[in-house]
Write a protein that binds this ligand. Sequence first.
Ligand code: 8YV
Length: 319
Amino acid sequence: MTKQKVFSEKQLPQNIQSYLEEHVDLKVWDKSTQMPRELLLKEIKDVQGLITTGSAINEELLQQAPELKAVSTISVGYNHFDTEAMRKYKVIGTHTPYVLDDTVADLVMALMLSAARRIPELDAMTKRGEWKKGDDNPRFGVDVHHKKLGIIGMGRIGETIAKRGKNGFDMEVSYFNRSRKPEVEEKLHIEYKSKDDLLSESDFIVLMVPLSPETKHFIGEKEFKQMKNSAIFINASRGQTVDEQAMIEALQKGEILAAGLDVFEQEPVEPTNPLLTMKNVVTLPHIGSATAETRNAMAMLAAKNLVAALTGKGTYYSV
Ligand code: 8YV
């Protein structure tokens, strides 16, 4: 039987490439840079499977890929999938849940600690040789332990963050979610709060909702005004879940104390973005899942998802 054709727009580790080659006829974009859209549109003309990380899988692409049966993204988030159009063209979409939960939760804790204890700012100061003996008040941060942590979005990653906050840092953890999760409340000893209560009572607010039309600008001017002036806001979901201009103003006016951001409305973040000049904002280049182990596990899961979806053998995580 002839193997089905698969194109990967991302370079893959050798063991994953070998796994794919056993099952499919594989072609890979051989550069580490983002593949230009027009080249992708050429490559997908005669393939049955596509491995992607963030390219828009929309009507424009689907129209030009008459043979396409499955698209596998190496990410848990799939806001780049137009799921309605994919259904229309009978194209299966798969993603990579579970394998990145701990890694992303670790990064969220790192952002909380970094913003609260001013780690990047004081690291830079120390390296500049500006550590002088005497009054260290200007370097005071705020505690993380025993504080109130409010998590917006209680999915798999939200739960993993709750565990760390509760068990690792003795925090009082509450959450807001579209649907209440009594079994998680019982298991983790966390409390459900309305969005308003969570925003006005939490010391740390972590946003972990998937991006969809309902969650675009889920946090904006009104929500920042509801937060305590001492609140630290963390976003490791998607940049568009926050009205970035409103966040900039809230930080400038001192309506919140600090922020830890792994994601931005525009990625890569524009060099002129005012957030990049704020000492009380920790900025990262979307590295939530970016450890060698986790990215390998995600790529392997994406490969297995695709093979299962194309061959009809085995299970896959459909979106
Ligand atoms: C991805 C992410 O690795 O999984 C997600 O949804 O945000 C990241 O972990 C990133 O989108 C690149 O694929």
